[in-house]
Write a protein that binds this ligand. Structure first.
Ligand SMILES: [Zn+2]
Length: 247
């Protein structure tokens, strides 16, 4: 199975392709997906939604009409689904199991899709390269707990987030911790790769755990950086999110 990354605006759309069959994660628009399916001569079997913001779902209905694929997502959203998925549901594609993780916090509906055998993690707007999603639930504890759960997965897991925000996120992280050489190196590497063309995911979870401040809210360095040396991880996370919102 291969993963193809499509960039639409600043949204990533992911195609999982196995021979002549494909799955798409968060089709924000239909045309780039149809074009990629055409190139691969693959038919779309399944749409997986991480949450219901329009920039992740805009292509859903036209793609369903064009391919009669099944649409899966969490309960309670505005998109008609063939199946509501929740924690511990497993989907099979290309002989691989795709596990559903409930990861609320960005919205109350968010799920992530994890393919343990291939070490792939599709995180929607919960976890990005170098950052995390905004808190539309106003519930930092929930998002922190969702991120804590994702960071506990194996370090060589490849992370596919929903947006191309890596540069902005890493510049924020570097400003927050100017002495952190791992962040500086990651940012410099990204800037170099940008000169060759737009850099694409994935990053690894190990890289995120080292350089993404939103996964390090229980580290002394990040606590000090937000002036909460004695703060709880949730308090540090909330402050970090607030600063990034206004950055
Ligand atoms: Zn979103």
């Amino acid at each position: 199975m291969e993963v193809e990354t499509l960039l639409h605006g600043d949204n990533y759309i992911y195609l999982l392709i196995d021979g002549d069959e494909a799955v798409v994660v968060d089709p924000g628009a239909a045309p780039p997906v149809l074009e990629a399916l055409d190139q691969h001569r693959a038919s779309l079997k399944l749409i997986l939604l991480t949450h219901y913001h329009g920039d992740h779902t805009g292509g859903c209905i036209p793609l369903k009409q064009a391919s009669r694929c099944r649409v899966l997502g969490s309960a309670g959203g505005p998109i008609p689904l063939d199946e509501e998925v929740s924690e511990s549901r497993t989907i099979t594609f290309a002989g691989l199991s795709i596990s559903v993780f409930s990861v609320p916090g960005h919205t109350s509906h968010d799920v992530a899709y994890y393919v343990p055998q291939a070490k792939l993690l599709f995180t929607g707007d919960t976890l990005f390269a170098g950052g995390c999603g905004r808190l539309f639930t106003n519930d930092p504890e929930r998002l922190w707990s969702s991120l804590s759960r994702l960071r506990a997965l194996p370090g060589d897991t490849r992370v596919y987030g929903g947006h191309d925000y890596a540069r902005d996120n890493l510049e924020f992280a570097a400003a927050l911790e100017p002495e952190n050489t791992a962040i500086r190196q990651r940012l410099n590497g990204l800037i170099k790769r940008e000169r060759m063309g737009p850099p694409h995911p994935p990053s690894t979870l190990a890289e995120e755990c080292k350089t993404n401040p939103f996964l390090r809210c229980d580290s002394p360095e990040v606590r000090v950086a937000v002036n909460l040396p004695e703060g709880s991880a949730v308090a540090v996370f909330a402050e970090l999110r607030r600063r990034k919102d206004h950055w």
